[in-house]
Design a binder for this molecule. Structure first.
Ligand SMILES: *Cc1c(COP(=O)(O)O)cnc(C)c1O
Length: 388
């Protein structure tokens, strides 16, 4: 049996894979089992922040793995503390809880908000308000948080206590808050899986102000938008707000599994001994990898992310076969005239790997993709979106 047949036989059928076996790569170029090279415009869904096999990142991992790979959270380890300190000093948040994925980081965020509100206002203050068209993960609770019905079907009952607000005006969300006993508000500043849609500044600032005035923990899900992706370290920084809780994962450790939930002043002491935990969370190898990534997400890199973003917007906006371009930084959605999946397949044929989000073609390249590589990829995308 070849790999496609074995995969089909032995792996649960949850993923519709592209017909490519990736065997190696360097930076933003990956190689398949037949030796064909592709420019990678998806970076493992915003995970490989510095591309494939980045040397500094590999060094950090090798150094830590040669010392100790895991200790459990019953002992102190330095990469975990170093990373938490970096995250706090760069965001002004106060404490960090480490886990292994985005869904887990969100679970922790939800638990922190519920516990805070239960203690401050009463146990009945348990409802979490999220947004329609959002995506927060695949566990039963983060599915409940996700405001897209089609993910829910056949998995009910989901965790109760979630309502989904419209994103058109703060008033409709505020109305929901007044009809429910609310423990927290959770948003993605740029809805990723929902179609790469940045929220309006007035909307975000309006609901943030309401949350602040009503002592409702304000949670920003930065699982996809975080760690430099939007052109700022975290996407909320584009909106001039200071959330109470921030969850992140995907690009944080550059390709190793790591989730983090950042707790601000309001909730910094909400958890005591035994209130939450994760066996693998804060793994020293993953944390050492994240330290090496975060150190390099500096002002220079972020301004390059913005320049590359502007280049993509300029090249593709108004091009034949492209209806619109949305997003921020290196998180971009392209509404194509032809089905996005057709454009993606044609790009793959021409050696460029792209993603989709809903009906859009989606780009999430490595933050350090070289400009000339990016230009090549954009030319291929432009060509394959054309209708004539
Ligand atoms: C990917 C994603 C998640 C889920 O992350 P996992 O690591 O797959 O659990 C949650 N929220 C957002 C916004 C995401 O993009």
């Amino acid at each position: 049996m070849n790999i496609k047949e074995k995969d089909k036989e032995f792996i649960a059928g949850t993923y519709k894979r592209f017909p490519v076996e990736i065997v190696s790569g360097k930076g933003s170029v990956v190689t398949d089992s037949e030796g064909k090279e592709y420019i990678d415009m998806g970076s493992g869904i915003a995970v490989n922040s510095f591309g494939i096999a980045d040397e500094l990142w590999q060094e950090a991992i090798k150094e830590q793995i040669s010392k100790v790979q895991h200790t459990s959270n019953l002992y102190y380890t330095s990469p975990c503390v170093e990373l938490a300190e970096m995250l706090c000093s760069r965001t002004g948040m106060k404490k960090v809880f480490f886990s292994n994925s985005g869904a887990e980081a969100n679970e922790c965020a939800i638990k922190a908000a519920r516990k805070y509100s239960a203690e401050k206002k009463g146990k009945e203050y348990s409802t979490i308000v999220t947004l329609k068209n959002s995506f927060h993960g695949r566990t039963l609770t983060t599915l409940a948080a996700t405001g897209q019905e089609h993910y829910h079907e056949l998995y009910c009952p989901l965790t109760p206590g979630f309502v989904h607000a419209d994103t058109d005006s703060p008033e409709s969300l505020i109305k929901l808050c007044e009809e429910n006993k609310v423990a927290g508000i959770m948003i993605e500043c740029i809805q990723g899986e929902g179609g790469v849609l940045p929220l309006e500044k007035d909307f975000v600032c309006g609901i943030y102000k309401y949350a602040k005035e009503n002592n409702i923990p304000f949670i920003v899900d930065e699982v996809q938008t975080g760690n430099g992706r939007s052109g700022m370290l975290y996407s909320y920084m584009n909106y001039g707000i200071k959330p109470d809780i921030v969850s992140t994962a995907k690009g944080l450790a550059g390709g190793l599994p790591l989730g983090a939930t950042l707790l601000g002043e309001k909730v910094e002491n909400v958890f005591g001994f035994g209130d939450h935990g994760s066996t693998f969370g804060g793994n020293p190898v993953c944390c050492a990898a994240a330290v090496s990534i975060l150190k390099r997400i500096d002002d220079k890199l972020l301004s390059e992310v913005k320049e590359k973003s502007a280049y993509i917007f300029n090249e593709l906006s108004g091009s034949d076969g492209i209806e619109s371009v949305s997003g921020m930084g290196l998180m971009i959605g392209i509404k194509t005239v032809k089905p996005a999946s057709e454009a993606v397949a044609a790009c793959m044929e021409d050696g460029v790997l792209c993603l989709t989000a809903k009906d859009k073609l989606r780009l999430l390249p490595a933050l350090n993709i070289p400009f000339d590589t990016l230009k090549q990829a954009v030319a291929v995308i432009k060509k394959n979106c054309k209708t004539q």
